[in-house]
Design a protein around this ligand. Structure first.
Ligand code: GLN
Ligand code: ZN
Length: 763
């Protein structure tokens, strides 16, 4: 019999229950007990949904982030919260957000509150985790309470479970040393905590523990490889069985290593490494379980079940009970339930599977393997029909788009003049002061905005009423920016629910879900649109809003677009053609929008490539291929404009050191980046690389409600000015402000503008 299991389930809830419960709690609108109750209800529902599997995961639920949970389990808390003696959950939120509950310690805002933990992308996904912090003195002490409690909860429901934890080597790898000490030196101190945790599980009668080491799909140097050997040698004597889980890519040169670690089973991501399955099966010891991630846990497409069975059946014959099947990775990265969708395009819908449907697919596969295909013939036939209807659909294939992509040439991505000539012409028109101030695009999404949008969607508000409501918001944002004295204004993105979905909705080749939410960080979720077919732009998407905003001010108004690479990386994309082809199609469509904005008199156009870096393959050996088509796509989008038009781009969490040459190659006139949470450390890249154009290093962290002090901003900009000539510096927050409230935004920007004035005086 084949064993079915799951590596993790989306915790946010099919209707984002966790998001709303968290936000109510943070606003002091509900009690801690109420929040905990929502958490318990979600866990219960999700375990029941997974009860049909042989093993459901325990420990994948987190109130904010699973890596932060692991830090608490290991007793590794940043020093700045160690003497906080409130409730552990509040302590946890202090690390995550810089404070526990907004109002409860609002007075700490004046003195900066507590710095929030640094966040960074989880491998190549759009999920952000809280980076564990280490220094030479870091010690670990186990607190198994969360896992033990949740194990008991699951068992009380009669569900067969397997605890899920992040493995010791991946845990160290994900973290950051605050004093430059060697993280790996902590391994001997860390392993006893893991050993104790495994013993807890043994004492609870647990049979299997899933221990995640996704570092095995990255390029590891000898020290990290050795650490894996040391760690699993040390844990070998524990009595509980370990399923070592890898995901997000092939093992490649780590394949031998992964197969030789003394564990009881290995999970591999067959959606990325289908051709490694046979090799792994051949190398694993005869006593080991092989778990294959047959269903892609990160996309929304139906799996071709008949094709999967074609290779699973012989594997099952060879391995027998040693074969386990699962989604490729945690379903954290997939929306919860396709059955929740009432409005999804009827032609597209049968092609899709969300988390719960992926578990259905798993059950069908297990049925076919255990009892023969005939036992699930209806399900297999329906699957085959859906796969075929997608393959041949005219909704997917548009010959004129394919022709346009085929005729792309290098000239399409070239500006008329080099940066220095353009900069001069732009300066003459824009007449900006030194250290010009701007924001990244969005202003608070107020309840009025959300209300107007939902009334528009439900038909209560007509188009004219909706336009008027958005124009009121745009006018307000312009007025606030003028009052603050910002130099380059934005319209505030009131009309955009999401920077990618907004464009997806207006492009042909896209479909959207109503509830296809995926967690991005904490309570933040995104609803990636579904890129299913060849892309084209039927009409202008942003020109009217931008023109209206420009009509409200004599200051330059920045047109605001999302770039092709980011649209691609934040969408669920096709699996039937290379990503590069979809990206080129998007580039041609957004280029038309750039040219329309320019025609409408917009002098500054920002093309956000927030997600460019996160599209980097996990292995460096594949970076240059990606960067080549990503940069080319941006250039096609941006560089058709006249010299006088200033192109900005914005990037989130861009550690630049390794890709700075590609960033420079995009040839944007101005780039704004996130640096504040790392104390401008990210600017190290600019020490060795002479970045030729202008740059706005983010001076305050918009993910935290803390108000930045003026001197703090001045100091950060002074650090920046050590690396970049002040003439080429801009002053701006580190990202868009849509998640903040106006009461936070105004004092923060007031301090930022004041800081720019101080800097100008010294200039
Ligand atoms: N222009 C977008 C905004 O301000 C950029 C957001 C982002 O980079 N994630 O909201
Ligand atoms: Zn950003």
């Amino acid at each position: 019999m084949v064993t079915t299991h799951n590596l993790g389930f989306p915790r946010i809830g099919a209707n984002r229950e966790l998001k709303f419960a968290l936000e109510r709690y943070w606003k002091n609108q509900s009690s801690r007990d109420e929040l905990k109750k929502v958490g318990a209800q979600l866990r219960e529902r999700h375990w029941k949904d997974q009860a049909r599997l042989d093993f459901a995961p325990v420990g994948d639920f987190a109130f904010y982030d699973q890596v932060l949970d692991m830090s608490f389990t290991l007793g590794n808390l940043p020093g700045r919260v160690r003497d906080f003696h409130g409730d552990p959950l509040d302590k946890y939120f202090r690390v995550a957000r810089g404070r526990s509950a907004q109002d409860a310690d609002a007075h700490s805002a004046c003195c900066g509150g507590v710095a929030a933990g640094e966040m960074t992308k989880w491998f190549d996904t759009n999920y952000h985790y809280i980076v564990p912090e280490f220094d030479a003195a870091t010690h670990f002490s186990l607190d198994a309470s969360r896992l033990v409690e949740q194990l008991a909860e699951a068992r009380a429901l009669g569900v067969e479970v397997k605890p899920v934890i992040i493995g010791p080597v991946t845990y160290l790898w994900l973290g950051k040393s605050k004093d430059d000490s060697d993280r790996l030196a902590l391994l001997p101190r860390l392993l006893p905590a893991y050993a104790a945790l495994l013993d807890y599980f043994t004492a609870q009668g647990v049979e299997w523990v899933q221990i995640d080491e996704p570092v095995l799909v990255t390029e590891l140097d000898a020290a990290w490889r050795d650490a894996l050997v040391t760690a699993y040698d040390a844990l070998e004597t524990r009595r509980v069985k370990l399923l070592l889980a890898t995901y997000f890519g092939p093992l490649q040169e780590n394949l031998e290593l992964a197969c030789s670690l003394p564990v009881d089973g290995l999970h591999i991501d067959a959606s990325h490494a289908r051709d490694e399955v046979a090799q792994v099966a051949a190398r694993l010891p005869a006593s080991s379980v092989l778990s294959v991630g047959v269903i892609n846990g990160r996309n929304i497409w139906k799996t071709d079940l008949n094709a999967a069975l074609q290779w699973l059946e012989p594997l099952h014959r060879a391995l027998g009970d040693r074969l386990w099947i699962a989604p490729s990775c945690s379903l954290l990265h997939a929306p919860v339930d396709l059955d929740n969708e009432q409005k999804l395009d009827v032609e597209i819908r049968p092609w899709l599977a969300f988390a719960l449907q992926k578990l259905d697919e798993l059950t069908v596969l297990a049925g076919a393997l255990n009892n023969g295909r005939a036992s699930v013939s209806g399900a297999l036939a329906a699957n085959a029909a859906a796969i075929e209807s997608r393959r041949v659909s005219p909704r997917v294939h548009n010959p004129s788009v394919k022709a346009a992509v085929a005729s792309i040439d290098a000239a399409l991505g070239m500006r008329a003049s080099a940066y220095p000539q353009r900069a001069e012409k732009q300066a003459a028109i824009l007449k900006l002061p030194a250290y010009p101030t701007t924001t990244i695009g969005s202003f608070p999404q107020t309840s009025e905005i959300r209300h107007a949008r939902s009334r528009f969607r439900s038909g209560e508000l007509d188009q004219a009423g909706y336009t008027a409501a958005m124009e009121r918001e745009i006018a307000r944002a312009v007025k606030e920016q003028e009052a603050l004295g910002l130099d380059v204004l934005v319209h505030g993105e009131a009309e955009r629910n999401d920077m990618v979905e907004y464009f997806g909705e207006q492009l042909d080749g896209y479909a959207f879900s109503q509830s296809g939410w995926v967690q991005s960080y904490g309570s933040r979720c995104v609803k990636p649109p579904i890129l299913f077919g060849d892309i084209s732009r039927p009409k202008a998407m942003t020109v009217e809003w931008t023109s209206y905003a420009q009509s409200q001010t004599s200051k330059p108004m920045k047109g605001m677009l999302t770039g092709p690479v980011t649209i691609l990386n934040w969408s669920f994309v096709r699996d039937d053609q290379p990503r590069s082809v979809s990206c080129h199609q998007l580039a041609l469509a957004i280029r038309e929008e750039v040219l329309d904005l320019e025609k409408a008199g917009v002098r500054v156009i920002q093309i956000d490539e927030a997600a460019l870096r996160e599209g980097l393959p996990l292995r460096r050996s594949q970076w240059s291929e990606y960067l080549q088509w990503a940069v080319e796509s941006f250039r096609i989008t941006a560089n058709g404009v006249r010299d006088e038009t200033q192109i900005h781009t914005h990037m989130c969490y861009s550690e630049f050191n390794d890709i700075i040459a590609s960033i420079a190659d995009m040839d944007a006139d101005v780039i704004t980046i996130e640096t504040s949470r790392s104390d401008m450390e990210l600017l190290d890249a600019f020490d060795d690389f002479n970045y030729p154009n202008q740059i706005g290093p983010g001076v305050y962290d918009i993910h935290s409600p803390n108000i930045p002090a003026q001197e703090h901003i001045v100091n950060l900009m002074k650090k920046a000015a050590e690396r970049i000539p002040p003439e080429r510096l801009w002053v701006n927050p580190d990202c868009g402000l849509k998640t903040r409230a106006w009461e936070e935004v105004i004092p923060a920007l007031r301090n930022m503008v004041a800081a720019a004035h101080t800097l100008r005086q010294a200039h």
